[in-house]
Design a binder for this molecule. Sequence first.
Ligand SMILES: [Zn+2]
Ligand SMILES: [Zn+2]
Length: 193
Amino acid sequence: MKALILKDKMQFVYGDVPKPVPAKNEVLIRIKAVSVCGSDIAGSDGSTGRRRPPIVMGHEASGIIEETGSKATRFAKGDRVTFDSTIYCGTCRFCRSGRVNLCDNRRVLGVSCQEYRQHGAFCQYIALPEHIVYKLPDNVTISITCGRGAAKALDAAGAQSTFCQAVQCLQKGGIFVTLANLENAFPSIFPKW
Ligand SMILES: [Zn+2]
Ligand SMILES: [Zn+2]
């Protein structure tokens, strides 16, 4: 599958990586929309130490269920979903008290630090445990914050045309926008999913 890979500090490659296979408790999600977080921008120059190359960043995304593991029962193919940016275990002392963001075994999507490397959603497919996945309400659109939409919006602003270049544009320009807002600003150029 295709992915945007941070190969070195500030160096992105749009290349091929293995398509993930969902484990028993996981679902495979076809990514339809992913946003560029401020932490991705700050992390890609190496200054935070939480995006150690090589890494596929991206932890704020939505998509469509493509496949379900043999023990995953909450979703069906075609469901529109989003997901938590943290994979938590559900069994440690913090998880049991509802503070899953402090989970002893947490792994944040799109983050590579000293302790782990967990590839994120700047790619076509991601496999995640179903307990961090949530169904989108019917009245919430999936098109906001998508890479293709972002690239088109940036095109309209005179920027470059590929997502990789769009990310670089965001970095170089230091433009900090909620891409969801662009949908309202440029309604005609956003794709309808
Ligand atoms: Zn974020
Ligand atoms: Zn835990």
